[in-house]
Design a binder for this molecule. Structure first.
Ligand code: ATP
Ligand code: MG
Length: 256
């Protein structure tokens, strides 16, 4: 039975998609069966895996509103053991519809029903969330076993964290008591910056056991890989980015 893990942080541009795509590919490459779900209307995770628009018939939007079965939205990627449910801009309209649908109840949560129907075929299902705490994120967290919180080493990261942890608390109370914080992942790390070290020290003080041991460095290779439609473990397998994401993937699999 697959473990479902959401990559979420309401702050934009902190490395959610980069982490979700690269950890998905790495875990799959290591022999686990992985389904990556793109839950962001921007569709960055979809294009980051080289999925062309012409291949897409159904998207996560069709699944969320109960118009398509999960299995009819799954696309096999060219990467080992890795499949994806894509997103396109039509998902942007879903936020509103989801409020009206009010379907987070166990029996009518289409996302949960859909994922339950394919859970057996995978070891992990990784969900890339949009940069908000809106309905799409709530929906993703309501069906997840765990959340990974990617974050940059900036002052504002600390400010947003209490809000995010509050949301996790609320989701546990209302929808999903089993939601586990798998870890916080430092991204775009540059250990030579004083600010980075100050923020890391602060994070260690409050969240030491939650931080993944290895931070992800800022590297050009990681930022260029999506342009080639390739995860880093294929684009630059021996580079720093690939090695660091490999270490984080290993730790993640031990944690959940
Ligand atoms: N370790 C890294 N080194 C260099 N560039 C990075 C790294 N991680 C992410 N980036 C780049 O930073 C930008 C933001 O990353 P990403 O899209 O993963 O963030 P996000 O949190 O998913 O953003 P959004 O909130 O818009 O969904 C992208 O251009 C990405 O290529
Ligand atoms: Mg993203």
């Amino acid at each position: 039975m697959a473990k479902i893990v959401s990559f979420s942080n309401q702050k934009g541009g902190v490395g959610k998609t980069t982490s979700c795509v690269n950890i998905s590919a790495q875990v799959a490459n290591k022999g686990k069966k992985v389904l990556m779900i793109d839950m962001d209307p921007q569709g960055n995770a979809t294009s980051g895996l080289g999925i062309s628009k012409s291949k897409i018939k159904n998207t996560i939007y069709d699944v969320i509103i109960g118009r398509a079965d999960a299995k009819d939205a799954i696309i096999k990627t060219k990467f080992k053991n890795l499949s994806v449910i894509p997103a396109t801009i039509d998902l942007a309209g879903a936020e509103l519809e989801l409020y009206e649908l009010d379907d987070l109840d166990e029996n009518t949560n289409f996302t949960k029903i859909a994922l339950d129907s394919v859970k057996d075929a995978y070891d992990y299902i990784f969900i890339d969330c949009p940069p908000s705490l809106g309905m799409l994120t709530v929906k993703a967290l309501s069906v997840s076993d765990g959340i990974v919180i990617p974050m940059q080493c900036e002052f504002y990261s600390l400010e947003g964290m209490s809000q995010l942890l509050n949301t996790v608390k609320k989701i546990r109370q209302i929808y999903n008591p089993n939601l586990q914080i798998v870890g916080m992942l430092l991204t775009m790390y540059n250990g030579r910056l004083t600010l980075t070290n100050q923020v890391v020290a602060e994070l260690r003080k409050y969240y030491s056991e939650l931080l993944f041991k290895v931070p992800i460095s800022r590297t050009v290779r990681l930022s260029e890989a999506p342009g080639y439609g390739e995860p880093i473990c294929y684009h630059d397998p021996y580079g720093k980015g690939a090695l660091e994401y490999a270490a984080v993937s290993k730790e993640l699999m031990l944690r959940i």
